[in-house]
Ligand binder design. Structure first.
Ligand code: NAD
Length: 485
């Protein structure tokens, strides 16, 4: 029997299928022009992925011909433009994706400009002995294919570009379709910086309309030697099955434990600051709290003093039915809950309004007491909703927090002054990032020591990626005579 579907119905089914593949339903939704900004044509943006790869290959050849000093000049210019244009990209990102907060996105760009390592991250190793000298250098892969998320779109493009260029690679991007205008603005920024600093006019490239098909072209193209993917489980899985060397930076669901030795007032403020940063979009942000029952009331009260609004279990149930929607796998027919893209990264006030609660601009987080099995604990929501689960002791806290992290081994947090508790949780949870007594963003160098990145590669083990993550080791053996002692 023939089915006569309307165009709208077909679009809806395509969106559903793509969504089940890995959350890219927006391919059919975003009609932002990704080729220009305010009438200015963006440089390095191609209609065809093959042309984008050709341009990135030419960029790679140009980098190979540049000295380290020249490369560093380009990177310095990228940093300068990134700092200067941070507010533009922050506003653009919020306007296009409807997610996050302008002031926080601005801060994220400045963090990228200031704390993404450049060429100094590339360090050669030398071994000398009876037989002479062996030199090991960190060499570029060639052209890197990078898939970037909607949650930190321009931040990831710039952070990846700095590291990949510092390592001597070319880069082609397949950005998130929901953030294509913002991502391509960042691609253009890199190219403007390159031209201004004496590099090629097109150093990095992207496409007008990224899709799963353009990603596939990237996976299969012989010039692409390394794939770097920052995104949810679907896309990381697909990149890791590509048959190419790949770096996968996937999902998290960071738990926080607060025990009864913590400075509760500070813990409450730190947790709310971290959880609400860019409306909880960063993959490292606090997603659920396990609080010792003897301090839970005080913790909740201090959170309320810091812009948290407490909802009842009934309201939490109602909100869960709005922020999580049924999604059916077309192959298996299995229906599972996924986050509603209309709720990810939205302000707390907007989410509260959906259950009929009106609050002022001072409310930045929704908190609620839940059991461990509540969907707010189990799902990576990426919105300023923070469930709090009471626990009896450290054994129960660690057991539940490790389970809630779902084996992502991404990020976990703890507020405590008990060294044994801190050590036990860090060992048990095995995350790439473990933050003690600070907001989550300290883990990526914002108010914490260490470099920054927006590509945290847990599954493939590079950790907080930097220029050296995008290199391959090459050895040169110099026989005899090169030892001076
Ligand atoms: P997403 O998973 O929806 O999409 C990421 C990118 O992958 C997009 O470009 C999308 O179009 C593309 N894509 C999706 N499925 C694909 C497939 N099967 N083949 C090829 N391309 C595909 O990501 P998002 O919603 O923008 O980002 C949120 C997710 O990313 C969260 O799970 C978050 O934790 C994670 N994330 C991780 C890090 C990290 O450093 N580990 C950083 C940011 C975001």
């Amino acid at each position: 029997m023939a089915i006569n579907w309307t165009e709208a119905q077909i679009e809806q089914v395509i969106a559903q299928v793509i969504n089940n593949l890995g959350g890219a339903a927006s391919t059919v939704r975003n009609d932002w022009d990704s080729t220009q900004y305010n009438g200015r044509k963006l440089i390095g943006i191609y209609a065809d992925m093959n042309d984008a790869i050709d341009a990135a290959t030419a960029g790679y050849k140009a980098i190979r011909a540049m000295s380290l000093e020249e490369r560093e000049k380009v990177i310095a210019k990228v940093r300068e433009l990134c700092r200067k244009e941070a507010p533009i990209m922050a506003k653009l990102g919020v306007a296009e994706t409807k997610m996050g907060r302008v002031e926080h996105k601005t801060a994220k760009h400045i963090l990228v400009a200031d704390k993404t390592p450049g060429t100094a991250d590339i360090v050669a190793q030398v071994k000398t002995g009876d037989y002479g000298l062996t030199l090991t250098e960190m060499a570029p892969f060639g052209v890197v294919g990078s898939i970037t998320p909607s949650t930190n779109p321009s931040e990831t493009v710039i952070c990846n570009s700095i590291g990949m260029i510092a390592a001597g690679n070319g880069v082609v991007f397949n950005p998130h379709p929901n953030a294509i205008a913002t991502s391509n603005y960042a691609v253009d920024l890199i190219n403007r910086a390159s031209a201004a600093a004496g590099g090629p006019n097109v150093l990095v490239a992207s496409v007008v309309k990224p899709t799963l098909d353009t990603a596939q072209i990237m996976y299969k193209h012989p010039n692409i030697r390394l794939l770097v993917c920052t995104g949810g489980p679907g896309v990381v899985r697909s990149v890791l099955s590509s048959g190419k060397k790949a770096i996968g930076a996937g999902a998290g669901n960071p738990p926080v434990i607060v025990d009864d030795t913590a400075d509760i007032r500070k813990a409450a403020k730190d947790i709310i600051d971290g959880c609400t940063f860019d409306n909880n979009l960063p993959c490292i942000a606090e997603k659920e709290v396990f609080a010792f029952k003897n301090i839970a009331d005080q913790l909740i009260s201090e959170m309320q003093n810091n812009g948290a609004y407490m909802i009842t279990p009934e309201q939490a149930g109602k909100l869960a039915n709005i922020v999580l929607v049924d999604s059916k796998n077309p192959k298996t027919g299995i229906v599972k809950k996924t986050v509603s893209r209309d709720c990810v990264g939205r302000d707390a006030a907007v989410l509260l309004e959906k259950i009929g609660v009106k609050v002022g601009g001072d409310i930045r987080c929704i908190i609620c007491e839940t059991g461990f099995d509540h969907p707010f604990v189990q799902h990576e929501l990426m919105m300023p909703i923070l469930p709090i689960v009471r626990v009896n002791d450290i054994d129960q806290a660690i057991d539940l927090a490790v389970k809630a992290e779902h084996g992502n081994r991404h990020t976990a947090h703890m507020h405590s002054k008990n060294i044994d508790h801190l050590t036990r949780f860090a060992r048990a949870v095995e995350t790439t990032i473990f933050v003690k007594n600070a907001p989550s963003y300290a883990g990526i160098g914002f108010g914490g020591e260490g470099h920054t990145t927006f590509t945290i590669a847990g599954p493939t083990g590079e950790g907080l990626t930097s220029a050296r993550s995008f290199t391959r080791f090459r050895r040169c053996v110099l026989s005899e005579s090169f030892r001076i002692i």
